[in-house]
Structures are given as structure tokens and as C-alpha cells.
Design a protein around this ligand. Structure first.
Ligand SMILES: NC(=O)c1ccc[n+]([C@@H]2O[C@H](COP(=O)([O-])OP(=O)(O)OC[C@H]3O[C@@H](n4cnc5c(N)ncnc54)[C@H](OP(=O)(O)O)[C@@H]3O)[C@@H](O)[C@H]2O)c1
Length: 252
């Protein structure tokens, strides 16, 4: 079998209604996985579900705000009950609020950390409980170049993504005996709703691109293909890595 195929596997993607999550869900479905797409906006998820089904895939749409820990347990249980197993979890849901550190409010701190780090942890915990019953699985987290290097006005985001990088290694260590691999991708700037405020400003865009050795932003499917690799049997001996998908950003 092609080691990059996911036939017979069930994959959950959080925040799958738009942006990277949508592209990742589509890519995993094209690789043969049955998809569970989750997010806060059911209308957007239904559009993703229809797209996947029209392409011949199988998809379940489940409303989930990852800041609601009891709802995570219910969503994962519903997905496992409907599809019988969970093999892959992609922790994609995330937010970024840009403010000078001196102006960060408690509400902003909680919104970013609760979504990007706490939500990711409890989704992983809920999925891992199911994976342990069926022989293992793969978790792929959306980290960032800002897991490794800082950028101004990103105190909350850098804190959350730094946490994601180390949590990836910690869970990889703890769950390896259960045959659950935990990895992350660390993209640089990708053109999505999240980065529009930066990339639509020509000066800010130029500043970003000047820091990326390949001289361009990264495409959604370039991140999705890296996620597919880490989720697939092709990466069967890889766990605890944070894989840059960054056009060389982290070389400097
Ligand atoms: N774009 C980049 O340059 C870049 C670079 C590195 C890493 N990343 C990471 O990649 C991931 C996706 O980012 P993106 O660029 O695709 O951003 P985006 O276009 O803003 O999409 C964010 C996604 O996260 C979901 N989300 C936000 N808060 C949520 C919550 N509380 N519960 C459930 N879903 C929630 C959104 O769903 P709703 O429709 O419910 O709002 C949306 O689907 C994030 O973790 C981000 O940090 C992005």
C-alpha cells in the first residue's frame, strides 16, 4: 500500500470551516480518510462536508468550540460512535490577536491561550482515549514559526504556540507506548483570514517576505501536504517533531 494513503482511517480536523483547516481536511480526504470536520460555524462546515462528499469522500460535520472542554468530550464521542474509530486528530483551530504586550487584556490572553493551547490539549486527550482503545493513532498540531522565534505584538500568540511545540514533544513521549505519534507543523505566513491584516499592507507584506529565504508566503496545500505526511504511515517512526513549513524562515 502507498504509505502516504489514509484509506480506512478516520481523521478529525478542528477549525475546518475555513483557512488551513479546510485545506487540510480536503487533502486528508483526497488521501482516502473519512473526515470529521469541526468548528464553530455549522454553515461553513456543511460547505466543506459537501465539497468532500462531491469529490467521493465521506465526511461528518460536528459543531465544536474548542474552548468548551465538556463539548470536546461529547464531539469526540459522537465522532467515534458514528465512524467506529479515530485514527488521526489535526489540532488546527487557532486565533491570533496582535497587541503590544503592555496593552494585552486578560480577555485577549484567555481567548488565545484557551483556543490555541488549552483546547488543543483537551482535544488531544479526548482523541487519545479513543485511539488507545483501537491500537494507536497520529496527532498533528498546528504550531508556527512563532513557536520558535518571537515577533513583536504577539505576546499571547507566541506564548500559546511555544506551548504547542513543547506539548507536542511531551505528549509524544507520554503516549508513544500506546502507539500514538504526536507531531506538529510550524508554518510561516500563509494567506488566510488570520494573516490578511498583515499581508494586505504592502509594507508589512514586504517585511514578512524579506524574512523568508524562498521569497514568498507558503500555500495552504503546502502545509496540508506536510500534515498528511506526519499523519500517514509514511511517518511511522516519526514522533515528537515540530516540522517547519516555512520557506527557510527558521534558518536565520
Ligand atoms: N495563516 C498562517 O500564516 C499560519 C501560520 C502558522 C500557523 N498557523 C496556524 O494554523 C491554524 C489555522 O490558521 P488559519 O491561518 O487557517 O486561520 P483562520 O483562517 O483564521 O482560521 C482559523 C480557524 O480556527 C477556527 N477557530 C478559531 N477559534 C476557534 C474555537 N474557539 N473553536 C473552534 N474553532 C476555532 C476557526 O473557525 P470558526 O469558523 O469557528 O471561526 C477557523 O476555522 C491556527 O492554529 C494558526 O495559528 C497559521
Amino acid at each position: 500500500m502507498d504509505a502516504f494513503r489514509l484509506d480506512g482511517k478516520v481523521a478529525i480536523v478542528t477549525g475546518a470551516g475555513r483557512g488551513l483547516g479546510r485545506g487540510i481536511a480536503a487533502r486528508l480526504a483526497r488521501a482516502g480518510a473519512d473526515l470529521v470536520v469541526t468548528g464553530r460555524v455549522l454553515g461553513a462546515l456543511d460547505a466543506v462536508r459537501r465539497e468532500i462528499e462531491e469529490a467521493g469522500g465521506h465526511c461528518l460535520a460536528v459543531e465544536l468550540d474548542v474552548r468548551d472542554v465538556p463539548a470536546i468530550g461529547r464531539a469526540v464521542a459522537a465522532a467515534a460512535a458514528e465512524l467506529g474509530r479515530i485514527d488521526i486528530l489535526v489540532n488546527n483551530a487557532g486565533v491570533n490577536i496582535r497587541s503590544p504586550a503592555l496593552e494585552v487584556t486578560e480577555e485577549e490572553w484567555d481567548q488565545v491561550l484557551d483556543t490555541n493551547l488549552k483546547g488543543l490539549f483537551f482535544c488531544s486527550q479526548a482523541a487519545a482515549r479513543v485511539m488507545m482503545r483501537t491500537g494507536g493513532g497520529a496527532i498533528v498540531n498546528l504550531a508556527s514559526t512563532m513557536s520558535v522565534v518571537a515577533l513583536e505584538h504577539r505576546a499571547t500568540y507566541c506564548s500559546s504556540k511555544g506551548g504547542v511545540a513543547l506539548l507536542t514533544k511531551q505528549l509524544a513521549l507520554e503516549w508513544a507506548p500506546h502507539h500514538i505519534r504526536v507531531n506538529a507543523v510550524a508554518p510561516t505566513f500563509v494567506e488566510t483570514d488570520m494573516t490578511v491584516p498583515v499581508l494586505r499592507d504592502p509594507d508589512a507584506r514586504q517585511k514578512v517576505i524579506s524574512r523568508i529565504p524562498l521569497g514568498r508566503t507558503v500555500e495552504v496545500d503546502e502545509v496540508a501536504r506536510a500534515v498528511l505526511f506526519l499523519a500517514s504511515p509514511a511517518a511511522s517512526a516519526i514522533t515528537g517533531v515540530v516540522l517547519p513549513v516555512d520557506g527557510g524562515y527558521l534558518t536565520q
